[in-house]
Design a protein around this ligand. Sequence first.
Ligand SMILES: Nc1ncnc2c1ncn2[C@@H]1O[C@H](COP(=O)(O)OP(=O)(O)O)[C@@H](O)[C@H]1O
Ligand SMILES: [Mg+2]
Length: 429
Amino acid sequence: MRLTMRLVALFVLVSLLAFAAAWWLTNKTLLAAIETTLEQEIGELTASGQPEGIAAAVRGVAATADPDHLIVRYDGAQGAVGNYQGPLPDGRIRQAVLEDEVRDVDGAYVLLSEPVPGGTLTVGQGADAFDELREIFSRVLAFAMLPTALIVLAGGLLIARRAANRSTAIEATLARLTAGDLAARLPPMPGPADDLSRVGAGIDRLAAAQEASSAALRQVSADIAHDLKTPIQRLSVLLDRARAEAPDLESLDRAADEMQGIVATFEALLRIAQIEGGSPRARFAPVALGPLVATMAELFEPAAEESGHSLTLSLDRPATIRGDRTLLGQLVTNLLENALRHSAPCPVALSVEGATVTVADRGPGIPETERQAVLRRLYRLDRSRSTPGSGLGLSLVDAIAKLHGGQLELADNKPGLRVSVQFDESGNP
Ligand SMILES: Nc1ncnc2c1ncn2[C@@H]1O[C@H](COP(=O)(O)OP(=O)(O)O)[C@@H](O)[C@H]1O
Ligand SMILES: [Mg+2]
């Protein structure tokens, strides 16, 4: 927009300069032409070379000439002779407004005065030509320059607005893509293609490629989990059998523990893949958040006591949403598990406020820069490497929240971590 205004201003300025130059040149040429005519006139009047002859010639012209067009005057020894006897401004060639009521002279003239034998001879021509010139130039200005400037301005504004709309759309789409919404695409851009629409199309292609590769990655991880599930289960059964056959072997017990962790990880990976596929949506039914969360609090009471945490529950007009009860239970479980597992003994608050479920602890929290990363599969903070777990808890929470159209937010509880999931209450029973 600013660029357009600048260009229009530049255009107007250049046009005005060219116009002024044309005006100045034309004026000069016109004046030169008039000067030549007046010089000729003086030449004719002074042909005699004698003061009396000049005075006679002036009288002769003054008798017949129309003073509106031609002024002649001879200032000689006997005073002024001619068809104008009013005051005269000094100078050689000049423009002046003359007034002589007696001889009916009133108007603008171009005057030329020359010293001649016996005095000064002045001839003048009506300056109508300059009035006409001024008229022509003001018409050109009004009918050519102004409309052109307006058209350029309107066109420029139109183009600028389209560019602004396009860059806003591109910015919005980039923001969504950056926030992780890989399905974001640019809205259609009406009008002819330009640099911006080409950049937009490039962004769309990039997003599509990104979406496809992240889907492929997800598919591969799901496929691996799926393919390894059966052999791992078999291995697990074999391990159990080996433990039964050799109950004193401590290493077999440890192997069985490890096995349990592996099985849990694979199950979680598969469950996330399944949730992201959206299939559990078919089982959606009304779920009252109040009783669900109250049950979870009851279930976790003994674990919290054992780990030295104090679990509190608060319900504020808990809503009923459409969802999968088991998965929503899993979501709360994962959040409570994290609070107990990743923080030293402290108060842990579980609450429902309308359709928002929140778990807040007073442990070390998660640094702002890591809050996006911990939602990634298998990602754990360095300090948590020694605690049990597989880095899939929050990924599962994120997948479940998304499946339900909820907003997951990780925030600073000052101190501690405060995780809330805001479900959509409207339109749900
Ligand atoms: N309440 C919490 N307080 C501090 N850090 C947490 C909390 N919850 C999660 N984290 C951090 O986020 C990481 C990812 O969490 P999660 O996906 O549940 O994996 P896991 O619990 O199996 O390690 C954890 O390893 C831990 O570093
Ligand atoms: Mg966890």
